[in-house]
Design a protein around this ligand. Structure first.
Ligand code: FE
Ligand code: FE
Ligand code: FE
Ligand code: ZN
Length: 207
């Protein structure tokens, strides 16, 4: 097949993203199950529901373009999910495993952000504003998911993975707020309140 125009390239890329989202949807329950931090579990489950809607939104994009819904295996997502699986099959302390799951999940989000930013722009160039708006909506959701993961990693999970003093998830499984280190006073060096753990700048360059 010859890709003879930007519109054709757009349509091909949409089939790829459609495949990517559906692969991800299938893999996410395992990631949420493997996560040990309740906050991380919740973030992954929340993004799973968002992803379900993203799949439907892509179907709307195909419709807006007057094209049948089609999927073409996204090999990049296959690879990212294989790596995620590889991490999840390892033995690791809870916080270290969570840090690994976040890394895998953020690679996925960044891949999606790159793809959606691109097709959003192409759709706009092709005069397909309805499609472009739908794709922008999803791009915003991916950006939010990525930021949320950064916050969880920087505020809580990475510091625990690094110090490994064994108090990770103590009492956290009942869903309490007991893991807020600032209240225990034990971690004053790694969780200075003023630091805020919010160095998320520059993560949304694809908008
Ligand atoms: Fe997505
Ligand atoms: Fe792809
Ligand atoms: Fe890799
Ligand atoms: Zn996503």
């Amino acid at each position: 097949m010859k890709i003879d125009s930007l519109r054709t390239l757009l349509e091909e890329e949409l089939k790829d993203i459609y495949s990517a989202e559906r692969q991800l949807l299938k893999a996410m329950p395992k990631m949420a199950k493997k996560a040990t931090s309740q906050e991380l579990k919740r973030a992954l489950q929340e993004h799973m529901q968002v992803t379900e809607r993203q799949v439907e939104r892509l179907e709307d994009v195909f419709e807006a373009l007057g094209k049948p819904v089609k999927s073409k295996t996204c090999e990049a997502m296959q690879g990212l999910l294989e790596e995620a699986k590889g991490i999840m099959e390892e033995e690791a302390d809870d916080a270290v495993m969570d840090a690994g799951i976040i890394a895998a999940a953020q690679k996925v989000e960044h891949y999606e952000m790159a793809s959606y930013g691109t097709v959003r722009t192409w759709a706009r160039l092709c005069g397909e504003d309805e499609a472009a708006n739908l794709l922008q909506e999803t791009l915003d959701e991916e950006g939010y998911a990525d930021k949320h993961l950064t916050e969880l990693a920087e505020s809580l999970i990475n510091p625990e993975a690094q110090d490994g003093d064994g108090d990770y998830n103590q009492g956290g499984r009942s869903g309490g707020t007991s893991r807020s280190k600032s209240s225990s006073g034990k971690k004053s060096s790694s969780s200075k309140k003023s630091g805020g753990g919010k160095r998320t700048g520059g993560k949304n360059s694809s908008r």
